[in-house]
Design a binder for this molecule. Structure first.
Ligand code: 5CA
Length: 446
């Protein structure tokens, strides 16, 4: 993409109403535009990151054996009357009437609708286990939408629902989600800690939230700091292997890590003092096991191997897809702007032309552009007629992890400059070597 032809409405000034850094940078980098309280348009740069995050979520869900579908944003109220949640949900639910005066709502979550799909089509234990998920917009009429996409009213969520024949199988589905989430967040460059949580309006007694530590987080968290060193890494997971998946969950949930809702000071006291930490966190996901809460209320049953008809065992599992952009920026930025982890960056690399209009410099930039594109890495090429300082400031603000700077002086020695956004370190390399280096870096993220 050539910046001269792109739509990147960067703001010079700090927006007055943005209280936290991720919100400020998302506005300043031209990623989002507010349309109403808690409701945003996704401008091209923000939209690219959102799509990238969705892609990682999809890949890891499919890897775990979960099946994508798509349910609508608008739902009939009757489904929610069956579960009893139409009245319980209160003012957070956006209620709408259609032209026939039928009660509708903008879905805040989809337990009822997925249970309705299940009961219409599944009858036998032979069709289980089954986990269906979608990535769809939700609406919750939050009392205090704030911090940009972090607490929106309209927001994008991945929500998945498992259906199993018995509790043991459903708990395996719960564990499978935990492990797939750990991998998902790690691919985004995040450390998200599973913490025992409270279930709220979803229900159930087994639930974990995933928290990214950040001073600006809305939840207070209490943890043994050794938990932050745990990594899933590249280890192979067989998602059908109940013992292996359970062992990973055990590894990640044994050290003390809880939100204020489940915090137990007496147990916390047993953590060695040097490791006892109190901080704040951003909730980027939550998993729930709730058994037969919805299947019983809505008559979703299956016939077991021995011929009994039982309500299906369920759980639901959410990832805050749009919130993740804010969480990643909170975790990865400096005073110049965003520092995207390679896994989610909107463009893998930027090219800065220091002397637009100079034949050799333009040609070298065009050559780099072609070489990178041919190897599957679309660069953002700053080909505007601007001062070098302004170009660097834009690149730093939008946070591409790598930048190749091309100028007449370096080119006389056959060199361009490759700069790492995170460390600020630069290297003089031939254009070919710079391309190879960038290709190598991203090979690890595919
Ligand atoms: N049905 C369950 C799981 S599918 C559910 O709705 N869970 S949830 O309420 O915990 O939401 C899942 C995730 O969505 C949260 O962990 C959070 O990351 C994100 N989320 C929730 N509310 C908002 C909001 N107002 N703005 C942005 N993201 C949100």
């Amino acid at each position: 993409m050539r910046l001269s032809r792109y739509f990147l409405p960067v703001l010079k000034e700090n927006p007055a109403d943005a209280q936290i850094v991720s919100h400020r940078y998302m506005l300043r980098a031209g990623m989002i535009k507010q349309q109403a309280a808690g409701i945003y348009s996704w401008l091209p740069l923000g939209y690219r990151v959102l799509r990238r995050i969705e892609e990682i979520v999809h890949q890891e869900q499919v890897r775990a054996g979960h099946i994508p579908l798509l349910m609508p944003t608008l739902q009939p109220a009757d489904l929610w009357r069956e579960s009893g949640r139409y009245d319980d949900y209160g003012q957070e639910m956006l209620r709408i009437k259609d032209r026939h005066e039928r009660d509708m709502l903008y879905g805040p979550t989809n337990e009822e609708m997925i249970t309705d799909i299940f009961r219409a089509h599944v009858n036998s234990y032979k069709d289980l286990p089954l986990t269906l998920y979608h990535i769809q917009w939700k609406f919750r009429d939050e009392v205090r939408p704030r911090f940009g996409v972090m607490r929106g009213r309209e927001f994008l969520m991945k929500d998945g629902y498992n259906f199993d024949v018995d509790k043991e199988a459903a708990l395996h589905a719960y564990n499978r989600h935990m492990v797939s989430y750990l991998r998902t967040y790690e691919r985004m460059g995040l450390t998200a800690i599973p913490m025992r949580a409270a279930s709220g309006p979803i229900g159930g007694d087994n639930t974990h939230e995933f928290l990214v530590l950040a001073n600006t987080g809305e939840s207070e968290v209490f943890y043994d700091d050794r938990v932050t060193g745990l990594k899933l890494g590249a280890r192979e997971i067989d998602y059908d292997d109940r013992a292996q998946v359970a062992a990973v969950c055990e590894e990640f949930t044994t050290l003390y890590a809880r939100t204020d809702e489940t915090h137990d000071p007496a147990v916390f006291e047993t953590v060695p003092e040097a490791h006892r930490k109190v901080g704040r966190g951003i909730e980027v996901g939550q998993i729930f096991y709730f058994g037969t809460k919805y299947s019983e209320a809505m008559g979703a049953t299956v016939v077991t191997a021995d011929g009994r008809r039982v309500p299906v065992e369920m759980g639901s599992h959410g990832i805050g897809v749009s919130r993740l952009l804010g969480a990643i920026i909170e975790a990865s930025h400096d005073d110049k702007g965003i520092i995207w982890p390679e896994g989610v960056t909107p463009f893998p690399v930027g090219i800065v032309n220091l002397k637009q209009g100079d034949g050799a410099t333009d040609a070298a930039c065009a050559g780099l552009y072609q070489a990178l594109t041919a190897r599957g890495l679309e660069p953002l090429y700053d080909d505007r007629d601007e001062r070098a300082g302004a170009k660097f400031a834009t690149m730093d603000l939008i946070g591409l992890p790598w930048r190749i700077t091309v100028g007449p002086r370096g080119l006389t020695a056959g060199k361009v400059e490759l700069t790492c956004r995170r460390t600020g370190q630069s290297e003089e390399l031939s254009p070919e070597a710079a391309v190879d280096r960038v290709v190598q870096v991203y090979a690890a993220h595919r």
